[in-house]
Design a protein around this ligand. Structure first.
Ligand SMILES: CC(C)(COP(=O)(O)OP(=O)(O)OC[C@H]1O[C@@H](n2cnc3c(N)ncnc32)[C@H](O)[C@@H]1OP(=O)(O)O)[C@@H](O)C(=O)NCCC(=O)NCCS
Length: 182
């Protein structure tokens, strides 16, 4: 229901609290791959914590302050995308993504992110879409580059992950740049 196709066998659709079992299993399968990059992996370690985390996004969505989507490949939850920040007053949102290792290398996240940016800019009037990552995350920055984002700078010691404060690299695109062809 309400799915956006990404490939013949892959689709993007809302990821909601009722997916807690499936999401917890996905997090367990991909934990080693995702943990070096994603703070949520540290707090989602069973079905209850998965449901709580999904509920925070359901609550944010109800307030129009965030959104969460899953990427299903061959019917298996294999990744996701989110608006970690969705600030309609400031016209600014922040996009985040992840994939299970077996779903990488097909352009699925780039396609999903384009669809989300089209919606955020085209339908919701966002003027700025941000992408934040730690400096070592080359694959993440390659997606930002593919989307036509600009690397704007570094926020030092601002990204808590694995008990350390990492630097945050901020990439962004503006609505005018997206409308000219992203
Ligand atoms: C970041 C992450 C989502 C990127 O995944 P990805 O598969 O590289 O990204 P895309 O879906 O955009 O696919 C791009 C790859 O598919 C290939 N590709 C194939 N068809 C493609 C198409 N039609 N369009 C774009 N890319 C395509 C590209 O060449 C690229 O592969 P390469 O890196 O081997 O050259 C993934 O590495 C990941 O989940 N990492 C761990 C979590 C994480 O870091 N999340 C981000 C935190 S900021």
């Amino acid at each position: 229901m309400f799915a956006h196709p990404l490939a013949e066998d892959a689709e993007l659709r809302p990821l909601e609290p009722w997916h807690a079992d499936e999401f917890a299993a996905h997090a367990d399968r991909s934990r080693a791959h995702l943990a070096p990059w994603l703070p949520w992996v540290e707090i989602v370690d069973d079905v209850d914590s998965a449901r709580r985390w999904l509920q925070t996004y359901a609550d944010r969505q109800a307030r129009d302050e965030g959104r969460l989507y899953g990427i299903w490949v061959g019917g298996v939850l294999s990744g996701g995308t989110l608006f970690r920040v969705f600030d309609t007053r400031a016209g600014m949102c922040e996009l985040g993504v992840w994939l299970a290792p077996e779903a990488e290398g097909r352009g699925l996240v780039t396609r999903a992110a384009r669809h989300m940016i089209d919606w955020a800019v085209g339908e919701r009037g966002m003027t700025r879409v941000e992408w934040r990552t730690i400096p070592a995350n080359e694959r993440s920055m390659a997606v930002a580059r593919r989307l036509g984002m600009t690397r704007e700078g570094v926020l030092r010691a601002s990204f808590p992950l694995g008990g350390t404060l990492h630097d945050t690299v901020v990439w962004a695109l503006l609505a005018d740049e997206w409308n000219k062809g992203g």
